[in-house]
Design a protein around this ligand. Structure first.
Ligand SMILES: [Zn+2]
Length: 230
């Protein structure tokens, strides 16, 4: 957007596409990209999330931050989900250990590939994703080595010099809160993003595994900050 570039002349005159779910991590990435690049757009994948609140939340955040938002239909992923392949009535469960029952192998590979097609159409070289190896929870396509490999593959596949940016790759959950704070986004991320498996924005239900993980990181960050201030 021309206005973004004019208002922020110190930014890199580059376009970026942020893979954006409306959650804590990708919202932090969106702020990171807005600080860094002259023009930023967001892409959200609709794969039949359990809560459409997640998609609404993403759309609201993008609108509020003045970021053009693309919603891509990835409903076909449900045809490949283990739960759909085995039993139609299986509950969508978030397990304490390992990926939820809706996990589809290579999901991140697919999302990043579609994001790359979109990015090239928009004339954006940068693709920003909130994947993280530190809290590696059984998703091999979130690891740094995979991202580097995919970066090469996408560049070769489309003959286009992509750069996949992963600002959270080596951060733990407390450090991700610290990054949001440094970007001036702490309150926004805390109150407006959706992580909770039960679709409750902000601090969430406080009981599901996603809320527990988020709260733990937040408490660690606040404790560390308090010690610093003391
Ligand atoms: Zn929750």
């Amino acid at each position: 957007m021309a206005e973004q570039a004019l208002l922020q002349p110190h930014k890199q005159q580059e376009k970026a596409v942020v893979v954006f779910s409306g959650g804590q991590d990708s919202t932090t990435c969106l702020y990171w990209a807005l600080e860094r690049f002259a023009h930023v757009e967001a892409v959200t994948f609709n794969y039949g999330q359990r809560h459409s609140r997640e998609l609404e939340c993403a759309a609201e955040i993008a609108a509020e931050l003045g970021v053009p938002h693309h919603m891509l239909d990835m409903a076909l992923l449900n045809q490949l989900a283990p739960s759909a392949l085995t039993r139609q009535d299986i509950a969508v469960e978030a397990k304490e250990d390992g990926p939820p029952s809706t996990f589809v192998d290579g999901r991140n590979l697919l999302f990043l590939s579609f994001a790359a097609v979109l990015a090239k159409q928009l004339g954006a070289r940068h693709i920003v994703t909130g994947v993280c190896e530190t809290d590696f929870s059984g998703y091999p396509d979130c690891r740094d080595t995979f991202i580097k490999s995919l970066n090469v593959t996408l560049t070769l596949a489309m003959d286009y010099p992509f750069v996949i940016d992963t600002p959270l790759m080596w951060l733990d959950k407390a450090e991700t809160w610290a990054l949001a704070d440094r970007l001036g986004a702490f309150e926004f991320v805390r109150t407006r993003t959706l992580t909770c498996y039960h679709g409750i924005v902000g601090d969430g239900c406080g009981a599901c595994p996603a809320c527990v993980l988020r709260a733990r990181g937040l408490q660690r960050y606040l404790a560390a900050k308090g010690e610093e201030g003391a």
